[in-house]
Design a protein around this ligand. Structure first.
Ligand code: ADP
Ligand code: MG
Length: 224
């Protein structure tokens, strides 16, 4: 219980930091974009460079939107949806990620009822868990499995990898903003997952060992 409270504190902290960072970074970017647009008109011989700069700036802006837009306390845009449909729409993307790293993707979804979901957030949650799973498998040929099933009151999303597992001393740090064990990690992925799960009234639990790690995201489901 105490652990849950600490997690909640962390969620609030992440949310506040994320909202602050997006705001502080976006303002100067807007200024720069304005001047770039102006210069593009004036210096037409460099138009292609200015186009590229504006494009890159817009991409950075999108990353902020998608990655740091977790400051909201209430779920926005919940719609009746099927989790399997969201997974299906992500398969090409995850498959490509997996193939790039010589890993395999296994999908094991069973028929489940619709529930209230925010599609963008759930996409982000699934992608973050899958990326972590793929990154955890050092050896090529490993399997990443995405599974869905229902139990009497829940709908469960499972993301399982065959990686090296999470060290016990790291377990309690998961979800802390900027906690990462990777050279190029941001340490924001899981915090975002926890935050998204909390907004959906879902819980995340972890099963980990030397043969791999399994993340369970449990949604309440009255029609299950
Ligand atoms: P990042 O991926 O940028 O490091 P995350 O918040 O996604 O940030 O994950 C934080 C840390 O949790 C990772 O650096 C890693 O040590 C650990 N972790 C998360 N998922 C897994 C997994 N599936 N297997 C092993 N370790 C994991
Ligand atoms: Mg990650």
């Amino acid at each position: 219980y105490e652990n849950e409270l600490i997690k909640l504190d962390r969620l609030n902290l992440i949310g506040e930091m994320a909202a602050g960072i997006s705001h502080e970074v976006r303002n100067p970017m807007t200024t720069i974009r304005g001047f770039l647009q102006m210069l593009r008109e004036k210096e037409s011989r460099y138009k292609s460079y200015y186009d590229l700069m504006i494009e890159e700036l817009d991409r950075a802006n999108l990353i902020i939107t998608e990655f740091l837009s977790i400051g909201r306390s209430k779920p926005t845009g919940l719609e009746v949806q099927n989790l399997n449909h969201i997974i299906s729409s992500l398969i090409p993307l995850i498959k490509a990620d997996a193939a790039n790293q010589d890993k395999n993707l296994q999908i094991d979804i069973s028929e489940i009822p619709d529930i209230l979901l925010n599609e963008n957030e759930i996409r982000q949650l699934i992608l973050n868990l899958c990326r972590n799973g793929l990154e955890a498998m050092q050896q090529s040929g490993g399997y990443l499995t995405i599974r869905t099933y229902r139990d009497p009151n829940h709908l469960v999303l499972v993301v399982q990898d065959q990686g090296e597992g999470i060290k016990p001393e790291y377990l309690e740090k998961l979800g802390t903003p900027f906690f990462t064990t990777k050279d190029y990690g941001t340490g924001l992925g899981l915090g975002i997952c926890y935050s998204i799960a909390a907004r959906h009234n879902a819980t995340i639990s972890i099963d980990t060992g030397p043969k791999g790690t399994t993340f369970y995201v449990k949604f309440e489901c009255s029609s299950c």
